[in-house]
Design a protein around this ligand. Structure first.
Ligand code: AMP
Ligand code: GLY
Length: 426
C-alpha cells in the first residue's frame, strides 16, 4: 500500500456526502470515488455510476481504479454480503471493507436474529415473541392478550416501513395477518411482536473490529414528518448532537449493559465485524433499552456526528483494518451540531423529482450536505425525498438550529418542506 489510500465510498445520500466531506479532509486520502454519489459528493471526489448492490460492478471498479479501501454507507450491500464477496475473491481479499460480514449484518437484517441475540446476551430490550405464517393462529391469540399499544415488526429489511405500532387489538390482528400475508414481501415472512416502550430515543454509534470498540458522538434524530413528532415516519427530518439528556451516567449504563455485551456476543458467535454498530436506544426511567441495531451509520445522524469528530477518519479506518483500533482515541468536539433536512413535498409518500435547487451559494455558516440531488445541465436538481441536510455547529444545538433555519429559507426548490422544531423536546 502506498501511503495514500484510494477509497471507494458506496452510497449516495446525505450520510455519504458527510463521509465524503470528512474522508477527503484526511492527508491519507488518495483518490476518492463515490458510487453512485450525488451532486454534493462530487465536490469531494469523483462519482461513478455503479450500484452498490452490483457486486461484480463494484469489483471491476475497485480493480480498474486501484482502490485500497471500501467504505460502505447503506445497509443493503452489507446485508447482501459485500464483505464476504470481497473476502472470497483472491483479487479483492486484501482490500479492507469497512462494514460487517453478512453474519454481522444480521443484527440489522433480521429483527428476530437481533432479538434472540439480545436475549442470549442479557441486553435490555422490549419483551417479544416471533411468529411465521405457520403459527399465525398462535400469533393472533398472542396479540389478543397483549398489553396495548403493541409493536409489530417485519423481520427483514423493509426500507424503514416495517414497524407498526398498534393501539387496539383488531388493528394488531389485521396487521399481523397482512405482514405474514406478504405486505412487506419476504421481509414479513417472520414477524416480531414486542412490548411498547415509552421514553425518549437516542442513537449511539460504535466503531468496532469485533474485539475493541470506540464510541462516537451521540445523536438524536427526528423521524416523523410533522412538527412535534407527528405524522408518518421518514428516514429522518433532522438530528442533534449531543442530546443534552444523555449524561455520562446514562452512557456508562449504555456501555456496560449494552455495548460491552454486544461486542462480546459478536465475538462469541465468531461474526466478523469491522464497521459501525448503530444502536437505537430508548431511555425508560433512567435506564437504556435497545429498540434496534443497524449495521451502518445513521442518516441524518452522520451529518451531525462527523462534524463533531475531530479525528482523521481515514486514519481511524486504517487502524480498524490493521487491528489497531484499541490505540485510537476518539476526539469529540466541544461544540454542538444540528441538522435540518429539506425534503420534497409529499415525502414520505409520493413526490416529484427534477426540481431545480436555487440559493445554495447564499447559505453561510452551515455545512450543506446533499442527500437526493443530481447535477444536470442547467444546475442541481432534486433527486429524492430527502434533498439537502443543513448542518450547523455552534455552542449549543438551539443556536445551531437557528442558523440552519436561516439557511433553510435561502435554499429553495418547488414544494420544499422542512421541520422547524428539531430538538423541540430537549
Ligand atoms: P425501528 O425500525 O426498529 O427503528 O423502529 C422504528 C421506530 O418505531 C423507532 O424509532 C421507534 O420510534 C418505534 N419503535 C420501535 N420499537 C418500539 C418499541 N418496542 N416501543 C416503542 N417504540 C418503538
Ligand atoms: N435515522 C435513522 C436511520 O438511519 O436508520
Amino acid at each position: 500500500m502506498s501511503d495514500k489510500i484510494n477509497i471507494l465510498l458506496l452510497g449516495g445520500g446525505g450520510r455519504e456526502h458527510a463521509f465524503a466531506w470528512k474522508l477527503s479532509q484526511s492527508p491519507l486520502c488518495g483518490k476518492l470515488l463515490i458510487a453512485p454519489g450525488n451532486a454534493g459528493t462530487a465536490q469531494h471526489g469523483r462519482n461513478v455510476n455503479v450500484n452498490p448492490n452490483d457486486f461484480p460492478g463494484v469489483r471491476q471498479l475497485v480493480l480498474n481504479e486501484n482502490i485500497n479501501m471500501v467504505v460502505v454507507g447503506p445497509e443493503d450491500p452489507l446485508v447482501k454480503g459485500i464483505w464476504d464477496f470481497f473476502a472470497a475473491d483472491s483479487a479483492l481479499a486484501h482490500i479492507p471493507v469497512i462494514g460487517p460480514s453478512q453474519a454481522g449484518a444480521q443484527l440489522e437484517g433480521s429483527k428476530a436474529f437481533a432479538k434472540a441475540f439480545m436475549e442470549a446476551e442479557g441486553i435490555p430490550t422490549a419483551a417479544y415473541r416471533e411468529f411465521t405464517a405457520a403459527n399465525l393462529k398462535e400469533g393472533l391469540a398472542y396479540v389478543a392478550q397483549h398489553t396495548l399499544p403493541v409493536v409489530l415488526k417485519a423481520d427483514g429489511l423493509a426500507a424503514g416501513k416495517g414497524v407498526v405500532i398498534c393501539s387496539n387489538i383488531t388493528e394488531a390482528r389485521d396487521e399481523l395477518r397482512d405482514m405474514l400475508g406478504g405486505k412487506f414481501g419476504d421481509a414479513g415472512n417472520r414477524v416480531v411482536i414486542e412490548q411498547f416502550l415509552s421514553g425518549i430515543e437516542f442513537s449511539v454509534f460504535v466503531l468496532t473490529d469485533g474485539k475493541s470498540y470506540k464510541i462516537l458522538p451521540v445523536a438524536k434524530d427526528y423521524k416523523r414528518i410533522g412538527e412535534g413528532d407527528t405524522g408518518l415516519n421518514t428516514g429522518g427530518m433532522g438530528a442533534v448532537s449531543p442530546p443534552p439528556f444523555v449524561t455520562p451516567e446514562l452512557m456508562k449504563k449504555v456501555e456496560n449493559r449494552i455495548i460491552k455485551p454486544t461486542i462480546a456476543g459478536i465475538q462469541r458467535r465468531g461474526m466478523v465485524y469491522h464497521g459501525f454498530v448503530f444502536i437505537g436506544l430508548i431511555e425508560v426511567d433512567g435506564d437504556p433499552f435497545v429498540i434496534e441495531y443497524n449495521c451502518r451509520m445513521g442518516d441524518p445522524e452522520t451529518e451531525v456526528v462527523l462534524p463533531r469528530l475531530n479525528n482523521d477518519l481515514v486514519a481511524m479506518f486504517q487502524a480498524l483494518a490493521e487491528g489497531n483500533l484499541d490505540k485510537v482515541v476518539v476526539e469529540e468536539a466541544a461544540h454542538a451540531a444540528t441538522t435540518v433536512m429539506l425534503v420534497s413535498g409529499g415525502y414520505p409518500g409520493d413526490y416529484e423529482k427534477g426540481k431545480l435547487i436555487s440559493g445554495l451559494e447564499n447559505a453561510s455558516d452551515s455545512l450543506i450536505f446533499h442527500a437526493g440531488t443530481q447535477e444536470q445541465e442547467g444546475g442541481i436538481v432534486t433527486n429524492g425525498g430527502r434533498v439537502i441536510a443543513i448542518t450547523t455547529c455552534a455552542e449549543n444545538f438551539r443556536e445551531a438550529l437557528s442558523v440552519s433555519l436561516e439557511n433553510a429559507a435561502k435554499i429553495d426548490f418547488e414544494n420544499k418542506y422542512f421541520r422547524t422544531d428539531i430538538g423541540f423536546d430537549l
